[in-house]
Design a protein around this ligand. Structure first.
Ligand code: ADP
Ligand code: ZN
Ligand code: ZN
Length: 741
């Protein structure tokens, strides 16, 4: 047989080694070595054995045949990435930069095989009546984890240990405590394969309404025609998107396929997860960040072995090794958590579509407030657009009122609470209903605004708000433009020009002072630091232990509090001036979500939005829950300013210990780009500027943007930049990463 060779990438995270090495495939391994196989290879002078991944195979030696070493062995205990996932890794490497090995590690998140866990089951050790009493006690004491497991065990006789620690999110120590108190028992010997008999418990299946049914039918129709175009379902919260997802998944499963459901954060979507669980029972599995590597490995093994049909989880669930993936659903597709912050800085939506392309699967995106990218693509026919117009269950949309804070100031009210909001709070407290006060601090960079006329100081080049820095300078985080802090409003001449520094704690103090008898809970980074802090506050609030919940964007996502009838947005402008081109989009999304929190059940809800920009389209349209009008104005702005999705923006993020060296490196890099880009092509280089956070643990960070309408061109420029940096010693100490839009 002719000698075969493998191109192998070695598992050493070092930019300089980011190319393949050729090895001979010994005959006895020839049947096992494929693209994606993990192997052991002798490396370097000492022939130290290290791990590598096969990228491609060939029959031709690249150098003198005698100099090529042999693969030592195949690493059997690892999940080898199949060809498709290798191709996905290669695509990610090309799109997002970083090294091949980083890309591979992302698509194969779990590599080390763990010792298989024994099958353990948890069941009640006391009679049900007694358990019910205990449950009540736990609920009173807000021991939510204990309450959760008891509640579950009152419904199901026995639950696999993994489900308790996984889906139910109860820690081992809690289980141990309950076992010690004689309430629970854990059994290890008996293996119950599918201990939860969901079958009997299946709630009456919901009948899709005509709107939902039409969407499901149309998607399936095209699917059967083998059209794999991505679909976007645009429907307000509660319009029945999740029911559509489940119907499509059921269809895929019936065809012998599997499904991946991406959700922004497990903790926030517990109710949704339980709905999937009720419908698909033990055939679903969940990934979340608290799973140990061993548990993750188990989940992936189960997926590979065909033991489960549906994987639900955050963006890493996207790499579940299903053998016959048919559908990927991305719920709340506009959420930021789909953007990876570590290398490769991929976006789950883009990678999902790429994976689906490779494996002939369908991608369904869903959102009440689609990202501009997705809606733009839907408008262009790249995605198929479906719209759900009304809520599935009859419940009225809340009444929204916009309060002009400039007028408040004029009438002498300088409090963070407008007169109207204060009155409404009082009324709601009297009715013993609940209130949420939302401080919109997302991406808050401390901008300078006029409290008299609402004017905000912006970058003259980029049309985004300038960020106020401690040195008193106003800085643009795109182009680096700087100016001195002004004292007088250039628009109206008033001296009420100030930075908007207000925190949740201050708000709590003010509200408490105004309503001394109200019970207040606060949810922000400070109060959720401890473990389960988040869940504790939410469950206390939903148990009506407090009248008012004050918080940042954490409080507006996904929770359903039926007793909340008033939502107050304290300063809608904070996110509007976050200093990025997405500020209006994020504001619209947050306000729409916040408004959706009021009056989720029978009781009608009211929403008060306080703002210095009452005419801004993101605020007006959020108040009317009018996505289309918002989109029309926003896309106009993006077109005029040349921002994505109309143009593409490639971020070049650089970091280095030596500030001067970094400055120089970036300046030369910019010069280089300007040299190589064709003149008059309309490609612009913006920056370099300090990153929003310009220094992290003594590493300086700068950013530069390249803007152009054709993404392929930007990728080409990126390649040239990489070559340039590779060839110049000076860039050895500068870490450069890229991201797109
Ligand atoms: P979304 O995912 O768009 O927020 P959901 O699918 O969660 O909407 O639906 C909102 C609520 O309406 C849920 O309680 C769901 O059970 C219910 N629902 C959805 N579709 C129907 C239907 N066709 N008939 C009755 N209730 C429905
Ligand atoms: Zn002014
Ligand atoms: Zn600028």
């Amino acid at each position: 047989m002719k000698q075969q060779y493998a191109d192998i990438i070695v598992d050493i995270t070092q930019e300089k080694l980011d190319h393949t090495f050729q090895y001979k495939i010994p005959e006895e391994l020839s049947s096992q070595v494929k693209e994606g196989t993990a192997v052991e290879i002798p490396f370097g002078k000492g022939n130290r054995l290290i791990r590598g991944y096969v990228i491609s195979l060939s029959g031709k030696p690249k150098l003198d045949e005698k100099k090529i070493k042999e693969i030592h062995s195949v690493r059997k205990q690892e999940i080898g990435a199949e060809e498709n996932r290798m191709a996905l890794a290669a695509w990610m490497r090309e799109q997002y930069g970083g090294t091949m090995i980083q890309a591979i590690k992302t698509v194969i998140p779990v590599k080390q095989k763990q010792r298989p866990k024994e099958k353990k089951t948890v069941y009640l050790a006391i009679p049900k009546e007694e358990a019910a009493q205990r449950l009540e006690l736990f609920q009173k004491k807000h021991q939510t984890a204990r309450a959760r497991i008891l509640e579950a065990l009152l419904e199901e006789e026995q639950i696999p240990y993994g489900v308790v620690t996984g889906k139910l999110n109860v820690t081992a120590s809690v289980i141990r405590t309950l076992e010690e108190q004689g309430i629970l028992k854990c059994e290890s010997e008996t293996v119950y394969r599918n201990p939860i008999s969901i079958q009997e418990k299946k709630r009456a299946r919901i009948c899709l309404n005509a709107e939902q049914e039409a969407i499901v039918q149309d998607i399936i129709f095209h699917w059967e025609e083998k059209e794999y175009r991505t679909s976007l379902i645009h429907g307000i919260t509660g319009s029945g998107k999740t029911e559509i997802y489940m119907e499509l998944i059921a269809y895929a499963v019936k065809q012998g396929g599997q499904a991946i459901v991406l959700i922004p954060e497990i903790a926030l979507t517990y109710q949704t997860v339980m709905r999937f669980y009720r419908r698909f029972g033990e055939r679903i599995s969940i990934m979340h960040s608290r799973l140990s590597p061993g548990e993750r490995y188990d989940q992936f093994e189960r997926a590979k072995d065909g033991e489960i049909d549906v994987m639900i989880g955050p963006r890493s669930a996207l790499f579940t090794p299903f053998p016959n993936l048919k559908i990927i659903i991305i719920d709340e597709e506009h959420e930021d958590t789909y953007q990876s912050e570590t290398v490769p800085r991929y976006h789950a939506r883009e990678v999902a579509i790429q994976r689906a392309n490779l494996e002939d699967a369908k991608v369904i995106l869903g959102s009440a407030t689609p990202s501009l990218e997705s809606y733009y693509r839907a408008q262009k026919g790249i995605y198929r657009l479906y719209t759900l117009k009304k809520r599935a269950k009859e419940s009225k949309l809340p009444e929204v009122q916009i309060v002009d804070l400039r007028a408040e100031l004029k009438s002498g009210n300088r409090s963070v609470l407008s007169v109207v909001l204060r009155e409404k709070i009082e009324e709601t407290l009297e009715k013993k209903q609940q209130i949420m006060l939302f401080l919109n601090r997302r991406g808050y960079a401390g901008f300078l605004s006029c409290r008299s006329c609402g004017h905000v100081i912006k970058c003259p080049h980029c049309d985004v708000s300038l960020a106020l820095h401690n040195n008193g300078k106003l800085i643009c985080h795109y182009c680096g433009y700087e100016e001195e802090r002004q004292k007088i409003c250039p628009e109206c001449g008033s001296s009420f020009l100030s930075s908007f520094r207000v925190g949740t704690q201050q708000i709590e103090e003010v509200v408490q002072r105004e309503f001394p008898n109200a019970k207040i809970l606060r949810m922000d980074l400070d109060t959720t630091k401890e473990k389960d802090g988040h869940a504790k506050i939410l469950s206390a609030f939903s148990g009506h232990e407090a009248d008012i919940l004050i918080g940042t964007q954490m409080i507006v996502k996904g929770h359903d509090f039926p007793e909340v009838t008033l939502v107050g947005v304290l300063a809608a402008d904070l996110s509007l001036h976050a200093g990025t081109y997405r500020a209006a989009e994020k504001t619209f999304q947050l306000l729409t979500q916040a408004a959706g929190r009021a009056g989720r059940r029978e009781k009608p809800g009211e929403v008060i939005i306080q703002t210095y920009n009452p005419e801004h389209y993101s605020i007006v349209n959020a108040a009317h829950q009018d996505y289309e009008s918002f989109y029309e104005q926003e896309i106009l702005y993006r077109t005029l300013a040349g921002y994505p999705p109309v143009s593409h923006l490639m971020g070049v993020h650089a970091s280095c210990k030596d500030k001067n060296h970094l400055d120089m490196g970036m300046t030369y890099l910019k010069k280089y780009i300007e040299q190589i880009i064709p003149k008059k092509a309309g490609i612009t280089v913006i920056g370099p500027a300090d990153e929003q956070i310009s220094k992290i643990s003594d590493i300086y960070r700068k950013v530069m943007y390249v803007k152009y309408k054709d993404q392929q061109m930007l990728l080409k420029i990126k390649e040239r930049m990489e070559q340039y940096m590779e060839a110049n010693e000076g860039y050895r100490t500068i870490l450069v990463q890229f991201d797109m839009n």
